[in-house]
Write a new protein. Structure first.
Length: 261
């Protein structure tokens, strides 16, 4: 069972090599991590949204993946507004809570920064099949096959864990176990899922070893992973977005190296 619910073939990004997507996400993320300012993050987010329609992802798919990140960004924005750097005019002061020009500007910068880093990463990897990612990591980046295939097998089982949790809940309710006390029911069901996951992992490891996944020989791959010109286009586009964001921040005079804060 795959944890990727989006059909990668319906998106132009689905045919892009996973290593190129990883490089593109890293380029944008590293540049945005160098400075906390609203201009660079805002420009990067705007340019990402402009090219987002080419990914051909539905609004429902994007919302299902981005709403937790958006909620986290809003929480970080609120916390920074109340407890962030104090400078300029103070609008509210109550105990430890202080809202000022400095905290508001920093909160906006953090909100835009989180979204600017998360949106391209989510879009790129939402169209990536886990098997394609594992093939690219092992064949192009030369990561250890044992580690890559083990991680792939674990990722494939995430969907099964969700189904197991649902079935455990229905079975316990049918038997009248922990009908009262949510915390006790949660603890018991979590422990049962933990035991079930260990048993399934042990069986899977034994099966993989029996099929030669851990053999100390050079392994072959059913699907070769190669870099093509379109992969370079994605990396160049990400580099252009990151460069435009940095240039706009420097020109506006808002670029502040994070270590100088």
């Amino acid at each position: 069972m795959s944890v990727v619910t989006i059909d990668a073939r319906r998106s132009p990004l689905g045919s892009v090599n996973a290593v190129a997507k990883l490089a593109a996400a890293l380029v944008i993320g590293v540049v945005l991590l160098l400075s906390i300012d609203p201009v660079s993050a805002g420009v990067s987010l705007l340019l990402t949204l402009l090219v987002l329609p080419f990914a051909r992802l539905s609004a429902r798919d994007l919302w299902a993946r981005l709403w937790p990140i958006g909620a986290s960004a809003l929480i970080a924005c609120l916390a920074t507004t109340l407890y962030g750097r104090q400078s300029g005019t103070t609008y509210l002061e109550w105990g430890l809570l202080r809202v000022s020009d400095g905290s508001l500007s920093l909160a906006i910068a953090i909100l835009l920064r989180v979204l600017a880093i998360a949106v391209p990463s989510v879009v790129l990897f939402a169209t990536t099949d886990p098997t394609d990612l594992a093939d690219a990591l092992a064949q192009i980046l030369r990561l250890p096959a044992r580690f890559v295939l083990g991680a792939l097998a674990g990722l494939r089982l995430v969907g099964l864990l969700v189904d197991d949790w649902r079935e455990l809940g229905m079975a316990r309710r049918a038997r009248g176990v922990a009908d009262s006390g949510r915390l006790r029911r949660l603890a018991g069901q979590t422990f049962a899922l933990f035991v079930l996951a260990i048993r399934r992992g042990t069986k899977l490891a034994t099966a993989m070893e029996a099929r030669g996944f851990g053999a100390p020989v050079r392994r072959t791959w059913a699907r070769p992973s190669r870099l093509r010109p379109r992969d370079g286009v994605v990396v160049v586009l990400a580099t252009a977005i990151a460069g435009a964001a940095m240039t706009a921040a420097v020109a506006a005079g808002t670029w502040t190296f994070v270590l100088a804060l």
